[in-house]
Design a protein. Structure first.
Length: 494
């Protein structure tokens, strides 16, 4: 006997409406913190418990393994037993379907999958073999272009005929890359959905069998789907229209890797008789935060629109601080943290700093280290503990950038509150390292006997080692040059 699920007790009215509605294609516009995962998991349980669907009839897809595991566990908890519900990432789903029905889709099921590291290595080998200057025509660019072409379901031939890229060598690199994959019986991540959708187009019988198996399709984070993923969802649902897409057009941030916000904006046009339900009650933030963010996003003309609210209360007023640089921003935040802790109301463990990308932790870590503020990186390594960053600092195998970094003032007054470029450079590299061909010259400024004059430093270096350096005059230019160096190394390593 199925376990009782208390839908009315556990869900608000909008969530309940989204769970109960099964009559036509459904779009759930889920604002931030509005309980979208709860809606998806309760809807799967409702379809199984109350609507006669078998667990194997469900096809739910999301974007991360962590999210898929969490959803699967929550469904099992609701049902009171472990059931075989299909909750996977897009790529995992495509790989599994190709293993199951590959022979009917012109794909041998025993294919291997090349990971991103091997993909980069292969493209680099191809580019090098074509005698292309890799400093000008970077292999990483071709990997990006190949992935984006497959996101748009463009083969090497189609990409050439449609003038996908103006890069002189791209078409030849893409063709050679595909030839090697075919010879080695290997697929890359982009191939998984590309080959699956193309196979469905070529073999309607297999597609019909897959549709018969998966009678209800649920898609998480729909605003982040690319063209290939969107086509796959359409292929699986066109015949029956049993599809529930959950997403937020206001949170579409992955356009740089192929995501198309148009997929969610045009959903109601693509699916006839579509029902749109908005989840607008926020359980995460206070009203002042929701009001400020709503005022900002209201300026976006291409959105479906919703108004977030909360029952948590108004909360404290927001503090907005505009700074001239990321370093100044980190200094402001570090000062705020210090003031909160010294005020006695908070401990360091009570305070969190949010940022969008892992690479952004670097400047905060530098400033926190300078101020001796203890911190923990959640979900990753500290910037200076990452292997690639250690390699940069060690400079063992990486070409050196020939640059002179000159602080505005040296030595700084240890009793002052000056937090200038010297401290910044000191934190980044310990001591300033100047690349000189095959070796590194370590300069401890306190031992040079030089004045604070940048000219004195440069004269000394030119006398000793020649003049083929890039001179970064003044602290601002020095720091900017260092930032560009770090950004380039981060982009290459990450």
């Amino acid at each position: 006997m199925p376990q009782s699920i208390f839908y009315e007790r556990d869900l608000n009215s909008a969530q309940l409406e989204a769970v109960y509605y099964t009559n036509s294609p459904l779009l759930v516009l889920a604002g931030a913190g509005s309980g979208k995962t709860r809606v998806i998991t309760y809807k799967i349980a409702y379809l199984i418990n109350e609507c006669g669907y078998s667990p194997e009839n469900m096809f739910a897809v999301t974007f991360t393994n962590k999210a898929s595991i969490e959803m699967r566990e929550r469904v099992n908890l609701l049902l009171g037993e472990k059931v075989d519900v299909w909750v996977k990432t897009f790529h995992s789903s495509a790989a599994r379907l190709l293993r199951m029905w590959g022979r009917g889709l012109n794909v041998e099921p025993d294919f291997s999958i090349i990971d991103q590291q091997d993909q980069h290595a292969l493209v680099r080998k191809i580019v090098t073999g074509m005698n292309i200057d890799t400093e000008i025509y970077r292999p990483e660019k071709y990997v990006y272009l190949i992935n984006r072409a497959k996101d748009q379901l463009l083969s090497a031939e189609a990409a050439e005929s449609e003038n996908f890229s103006t890069d002189f060598y791209f078409n030849d690199v893409y063709k050679r890359y595909e030839e090697i994959l075919a010879k080695e019986h290997v697929l890359d991540f982009g191939d998984l959905i590309f080959r699956l959708t193309r196979g469905f187009q070529e073999n309607r019988e297999v597609l019909d069998r897959v549709r018969e198996r998966f009678r209800y399709v649920l898609v998480d984070e729909f605003q982040d789907t690319n063209h290939a993923q969107y086509v796959l969802v359409k292929q699986l649902t066109d015949s029956h229209g049993n599809v529930c897409a959950v997403g937020d057009d206001d949170q579409s941030i992955y356009g740089f890797r192929g995501a198309r916000v148009e997929n969610i904006l045009n959903y109601a046009k693509e699916y006839r008789n579509c029902r749109i339900i908005k989840l607008e009650e926020n359980y995460r933030s206070y009203q002042n935060i929701l009001t400020a963010s709503s005022k900002l996003i209201d300026n976006n003309s291409e959105r479906l629109g919703k108004t977030l609210f909360t029952k948590k209360g108004e909360g404290e007023k927001l503090v907005f601080c505009r700074t001239d640089s990321d370093y100044d921003e980190a200094r402001f935040i570090a000062g705020t943290v210090r003031d909160l802790v010294m005020g006695g109301e908070y401990e360091y463990r009570d305070i969190a700093v949010f940022y969008r990308m892992n690479a952004q932790s670097r400047v905060f870590e530098s400033v926190f280290n300078q101020d001796r503020i203890p911190y923990t990186i959640v979900g990753g390594l500290r910037f200076f503990e990452r292997e690639e960053i250690k390699e940069i600092l060690d400079r063992s195998e990486i070409p050196y950038t020939e640059m002179v970094m000159i602080p505005n003032e040296y030595p700084p007054n240890p009793d002052s509150t000056y937090y200038g470029p010297w401290f910044m450079i000191e934190t980044f590299v310990g001591r300033i390292k100047i690349g000189w061909r095959k070796r590194v010259i370590h300069i401890d400024w306190s031992e040079t006997g030089l004045s604070a004059s940048g000219a004195d430093v440069v004269d000394k270096l030119e006398t000793t080692h020649g003049s083929s350096y890039v001179h970064a005059w003044g602290a601002d230019k020095a720091v900017e040059a260092l930032r560009k160096l770090w950004a380039a190394k981060e982009e290459k390593a990450l």
